[in-house]
Design a protein around this ligand. Structure first.
Ligand code: KG4
Ligand code: ZN
Length: 331
């Protein structure tokens, strides 16, 4: 059985092809970073147009890599939302066209579910587990009891963690996207040089808030004429990691969970990843995080989620459409 995964929720056009044993046949991604860089963030209209331009070429490339014909696909799986509506519509209508023309099964996938399940691409993880999904658009902590059983423990009340990285980079005129640049500069900074706030909110509350931290960075830059950019980056990054570890620690205790997963674009950050890993080792918890290529948006995670939907119920609803505010069932 072959599964095609299509992802176009934001600024990556991504196609993945896997089989039912999760063997990967293709994972092709067109990142639009250079199109959006000059604007310092994603411009929705440009993103949709680029998806239209790229989606067919990329799919052909994926089928060529997989050495498959499109009619050999059994299941088509596409991101329904959340995301930019124009971008989502490109992927959804492309998927619908193939599914209709070739009479294939079609599954609509929540983008966050894709990120949660991305840990299964390279690992087998036992349920239950905690899943921290941190990207440019989302910061969510889930208790995952099984495939399809996602209990949202907390989410960001304002900025997403990746968004905070992007905004801090913008304040420092470092470019877009901010995450990788801030991480690189932080390597040469002193993480204890500036005491930025850590928004733990309160005990027994698993929500996040990063706008206070972002504002503290802005105020620091405005008030201080001379500072090392590297120190700002390192101290900011440390605050984000400390908050993540605090929330994971509290949730692991409360729900007695031994397996911790970290995914989404911010999970590309090797400093944050190694801090969480170190915490897990010290507390006898198992830590899982995908390789960077599966942390950022990709089609393989969407294909994997589609396979799980098919296993749960071979029925599918062809008539659904893109939904910019799509929620996981128990969000
Ligand atoms: O998951 P993703 O590709 O797209 C969304 O669904 O948003 O995540 C992109 C986000 C951006 O905000 C980017 O700055 C952040 O992930 N990011 C990082 C790193 N690499 C990407 N944040 C921190 N450190 C990184 N190394
Ligand atoms: Zn994403």
């Amino acid at each position: 059985m072959y599964i095609l995964g299509i992802e176009t929720s934001c600024d990556e056009t991504a196609i993945g092809i896997i089989d039912e044993n999760l063997k990967i046949y293709a994972n092709v991604i067109y990142s639009q970073i250079k199109e959006h860089k000059i604007f310092g963030g994603v411009v929705p209209e440009i993103a949709s147009r680029k998806h239209i331009e790229k989606i067919k070429i990329l799919s052909e490339e994926a089928f060529k890599l997989a050495n498959l014909n499109v009619d050999e696909i059994d299941i088509i799986s596409v991101t329904q939302g959340p995301g930019l509506i124009g971008s989502l519509l490109v992927g959804v209508n492309f998927a619908k066209a193939i599914a209709y023309a070739l009479e294939k099964k079609l599954y609509f996938i929540n983008h966050i579910e894709g990120h949660i399940l991305s840990v299964f691409i390279e690992n087998s993880v036992d349920f239950p587990f905690l899943s921290l999904v941190a990207s440019g658009g989302h910061t969510n902590l889930f208790l995952v009891k099984n495939f399809g059983k996602y209990n949202l423990l907390g989410k960001t009340l304002d900025d997403a963690a990746g968004e905070a990285f992007d905004k801090v980079a913008k304040m420092l005129n470092l470019g877009y996207p901010g995450g990788p640049i801030v991480e690189k500069l932080a390597q040469n900074g002193d993480e204890n040089s500036i005491a930025f706030p850590k928004s733990f909110i309160e005990k027994d509350n698993f929500n996040f808030s990063f706008s206070g931290l972002k504002t503290a960075v802005r105020n620091f830059i405005a008030k201080n004429k001379e500072f090392k950019i590297e120190d700002v980056c390192a101290s900011f990054q440390k605050s984000v990691a400390d908050v993540f570890i605090f929330k994971i620690s509290e949730a692991a205790k409360k729900y007695n969970v031994k397996n911790i997963c970290f995914s989404g674009g911010v999970a590309c950050n090797t400093y944050i990843k190694s801090r969480i890993n170190e915490f897990c080792i010290n507390n006898k918890l198992n830590f899982y995080s995908p390789s960077p290529i599966y942390c950022t948006d990709n089609g393989v995670m969407i294909a994997l989620a589609g396979l799980q939907h098919y296993k749960k119920s071979p029925d599918f609803k062809f008539k659904l459409s893109a939904n910019a505010h799509s929620r996981l069932s128990n969000l």
